[in-house]
Design a binder for this molecule. Structure first.
Ligand code: URA
Length: 208
């Protein structure tokens, strides 16, 4: 499939999803400001985050602001250029809870992740990456479900290149901790760095 076809197919998918999300009612999510994937259309790897935050919803781009800087650091350490990868999220809108001081990010629920699976599966089918990198537990759970694999946590699978089957296509699943996780748990830092270097080695060997 040529690049224009891929771009058109992704755009069609995203427009359909934009309309579907508009039928959902706030306040559980910012459905009117979805954030879709972007990046290389012939990527060695597709990076999958959890869900957009406030800045992503505001700008319409995944991983901007603080989360974007954390992701850029991760990619730098792996020796991977951001323009060589495709970046998307398991859930395409910002999930929120309403507090007295305003909207707060929350982890998407199981049903919200399940609802996002058909679109995620189609994105991967169009892009056909060699490797899918999940950031944290939410996208890892999504990918294991799509591959009909048993549930595992990021603590069990981080930093390993796992062979999975996605719609008959053999793909490498490489689970990483979410780049923000070291903010809450500094002790994870050396492990995260080791995992990221391992991803960098895989990328250096296989880059097309
Ligand atoms: N921004 C995103 O787009 N995804 C995340 O998982 C975190 C921040």
């Amino acid at each position: 499939m040529c690049m224009e076809d891929k771009a058109q197919q992704l755009q069609n998918l995203y427009e359909k999803e934009r309309k579907r999300l508009l039928t959902k009612e706030e306040p559980a999510g910012m459905y009117d400001l979805p954030v879709f994937g972007e990046g290389s259309l012939s990527p060695f790897l597709v990076l999958i985050g959890e869900a957009p935050g406030a800045q992503e919803a505001q700008t319409g781009h995944p991983f901007v602001g603080k989360a974007g800087r954390q992701l850029d650091e991760l990619l730098n350490l792996a020796g991977i250029a951001r323009e060589d990868v495709y970046i998307t999220n398991a859930v395409k809108y910002r999930p929120v809870t309403i507090t007295r001081s305003g909207k707060k990010n929350r982890t998407p629920g199981k049903a919200e992740v399940s609802e996002g699976l058909p679109l995620l599966e189609k994105e991967i089918a169009i892009l056909k990456p060699t490797c899918v990198v999940t950031l944290g537990n939410t996208p890892l759970g999504a990918l294991l479900t799509l591959a009909n694999e048993k549930k595992h946590t990021i603590g069990e699978l981080h930093g390993q290149a796992l062979q999975i089957n996605l719609q008959g296509q053999q793909t490498v699943l490489f689970p990483l901790y979410h780049p923000a996780s070291t903010i809450y748990n500094r002790e994870l830092l050396p492990t995260c760095e080791e995992d990221i270097r391992a991803l960098g080695r895989l990328f250096a060997v296989n880059k097309r």
